[in-house]
Design a protein around this ligand. Structure first.
Ligand code: NAD
Ligand code: WQD
Length: 341
């Protein structure tokens, strides 16, 4: 059985579904601070059976000890965490407490229970302002410019120390690039509870008339069209990276770092044009100054994951955007039906 912390969230829910599709038993631990119980029902609908679900906090040591005693957990995928970069600047202690404290408590409980296989949701943000593209795993980690990024780097460092202290540990640090898109069924996707900060969730709200215009942060970057370039990866590809990592960790010990990206960067304007093509919906733009802390370019060298995990991202940018738009339209329809009743 695989324990997924944060398994009701955007990434965790897709990981849960992929694992269940591979006949794994899944137990989800989530405090629902940024997700809803309905995600569990949607995973069940798509998988044809229910994952185990416990509403609770990963920082609750007593709860973790109980779960690891009562369920036959072989490995943990640790997705639980807070992820809003801007919010982390204003509430650093909440971010360190949740993201670093949660990881620490989880590692302690796992060690005590004798569960030593762990996959961690890390982020390309740990590379900081790396200027050599593409970024491979031996690039030095930088100095993240915000507490969120710092909390990911700190959690990685805790896991590295833990792994060097005891050879029974087998840890995969997955450095995600920019996950976007939704499950092709339109039943699982990202559902931001507050105003979104990330490009695609904001764009989707503009496309569906909930917001007036998409701000383009910076038009004077040293890129072909002046806007920032990122490596957008389909959420289903990303989730499959986790199942491959878990499989590979069966034959590996220590800490293993894998980039999960496509290896191809797109600018903000390229992404907007592709969305307009795919959806037929024009996106009003508002050109703004650069957003503080943003890097010019960021895209992965995904070769290590290809060699060691036999994994690569398969979905095109168009598919990511079409799937995201289907999810957004379904969400709106559900809201209308609920309001009408
Ligand atoms: P999300 O907010 O949709 O999911 C996180 C889930 O964790 C939520 O369901 C939330 O309720 C839960 N959670 C938070 N704190 C918890 C706690 N203390 N105990 C139990 N549950 C808790 O975010 P996501 O996009 O699915 O991200 C998952 C992980 O991946 C996070 O750790 C995030 O930092 C990391 N990550 C995300 C991205 C991205 O762009 N989405 C990129 C890189 C890394
Ligand atoms: C992408 C591009 C913006 C919004 C962040 C975190 C990173 C990871 C993923 C969790 C940039 C531009 C954005 C908008 C815009 N998260 N943009 N208008 O900044 O690459 O990464 O999310 O780990 O840690 O830092 O993603 O989607 O916010 O921005 O022009 O309204 O879109 O400037 O060039 P980012 P993003």
């Amino acid at each position: 059985m695989i324990l997924i912390t944060g398994g009701a969230g955007y990434i965790g829910a897709h990981v849960a579904l992929e694992l269940m599709n591979k006949d794994e038993d899944v137990l989800i631990l989530d405090n629902l601070c940024n997700s809803q119980r309905s995600a569990i029902d949607r995973i069940s609908t798509l998988a044809g059976r229910r994952p185990g679900f416990v509403q609770g906090d990963v920082r609750n040591r007593h709860l973790l000890d109980t779960l690891l005693r009562d369920y036959p957990v072989d490995a943990v995928v640790h997705c639980a965490g807070l992820k809003a970069v801007g919010e982390s600047v204003h509430e650093p202690l909440r971010y360190y407490d949740n993201n670093v404290g949660g990881s620490l408590t989880l590692c302690q409980a796992m060690a005590q229970a004798g569960v030593f296989t762990l996959v961690f949701s890390s982020s390309a943000t740990v590379y900081g302002d790396c200027t050599t593209m593409p970024i491979n795993e031996s690039c030095a980690t930088g100095q993240p410019t915000n507490p969120y990024g710092m909390s990911k780097l700190m959690a990685e460092n805790i896991m590295k120390s833990v792994a060097s202290s005891d050879p029974r540990w087998s840890i995969g640090l997955l450095r995600y690039f920019n996950p976007i898109g939704a499950h092709p069924s339109g039943l699982l996707g990202e559902a931001p509870l507050n105003q979104p900060n990330n490009l695609l969730p904001y764009l989707l709200q503009v496309a569906s008339g909930q917001r007036e215009a998409l701000s383009v942060f910076g038009t004077d970057y040293a890129t072909p069209d002046g806007t920032g370039v990122r490596d957008y990866i389909h959420i289903v590809d990303l989730a499959q990276g986790h199942t491959c990592a878990l499989e590979a960790l069966g034959q590996r010990s220590g800490v293993n770092i894998w980039n999960l990206g496509t290896g191809r960067g797109y600018s903000v304007l390229e992404l907007v044009s592709a969305f307009e093509r795919v959806s037929g919906v024009p996106i009003p733009l508002a050109f703004k100054a650069r957003r503080p802390g943003d890097v010019t370019c960021c895209w992965a060298d995904p070769q290590k994951a290809a060699d060691e995990l036999a994994w690569r991202a398969r979905h095109s940018l168009e598919t990511m955007l079409a799937d995201a738009w289907r999810w957004q339209c379904n969400q709106l329809q559900t809201e209308w039906v609920q309001q009408a009743n």
